[in-house]
Design a protein around this ligand. Sequence first.
Ligand code: PLP
Length: 390
Amino acid sequence: MFSHRVPADHSTNRLSAAVEERRARGAPILDLTESNPTRCGFQYDESALLAALASPGALLYEPHPQGLAAARGAVAAYYEEIGSAADPESLFLTTGTSEAYTQVFKLLADPDDEILVPTPGYPLLDVLTGLEAVRLVHYRLLYEEPGGWVIDRERLRASISTRTRAIVVVSPNNPTGSYLKRGELEECNALCGDFGLALIVDEVFSDYGRGRDPLRVRTTAGNDGALTFTLNGFSKLVGLPQLKLGWIHVSGPRQLTAHARERLAFVTDAFLSVSAAVQHAAPAIFRQRAPVQAQINRRLEENGRALEDCLSGLSGCRVLDREGGWYAIVRIADELSDEDLAVRLLQEEGVLVHPGYFYDFPAGEFLVLSLLPRTGPFREGAARLAALLS
Ligand SMILES: Cc1ncc(COP(=O)(O)O)c(C=O)c1O
């Protein structure tokens, strides 16, 4: 009766069951996994946003497979601001980045074709590939001391088969926070050229980098070494996921890009999914970028410091270096499994963190925390984590 794209088994894991049980009896939870910015106490310019969303243009239906020119112009202006030239003709608006992935998968892959995806990585990619009936094949990121996360280039090359259609890079990656580096981009371009692949780069966290590293790729919009789909959207860029505006920027060798754009327009024309209201509001929404990001960056730093303070001095336990993004990764002593620890932390201390296996970290040695929650509760949760670990 039902397609194999949708899993038959919807049973929950031990941690989710423990969360449900706690919620059912009304017990409080200090949620250190919260990454919904609209629930973390940031100030948005409400009147400017609501006025922009009430533009009279929202009452007109002007379908365009790539989205309204003025909205694409606002996205192109963002790329110009960060030092990259993006032609509005190369942009396709979508209802968020998740939809952007699915449109690109439809464009590139037939059922059972393969898409290479980083691990540890963003769990939703499992679901998104499955729903498009394409196969997800993992390539590894390695944590090196010093230096941090790097792509295991040998494994990446070895993972390519005759069914591979694309390499996905998340930069910075969720949850490792690691950016794509110039040398890695060159390697990806070369692999794409050698094996006829496309590059899909998810940059939703790219504005949240720490410090400066000249080797970091700021954006792949404009990369012409391979057919490249650069994805981003408002959910992280302005901390407004509910507005559901994302985009795909297409670049690469000229002829290939022209074919890709023509075919991608066929896909997006079948849906025309982005609302007029958010498209008309896009220029005003981009103006929220600086004030919202300043608040988020402050929070990430404060919570990062609180976590370090709480965990410093605990033997066998360490917060990994963070290059960017919204998450912290804690390496725990190996006599405890990540899941056991997360369940105990919730049941005994009322603190919710993610076990690393949710993100395919190996060997049960890692916990993943969002650095977005309000600082008071975050510090309290981190202190209780430290108490349990000690
Ligand atoms: C790496 C990454 N890409 C994409 C998304 C989804 O973004 P959107 O809300 O624009 O669909 C998320 C959401 O957390 C994410 O972490």
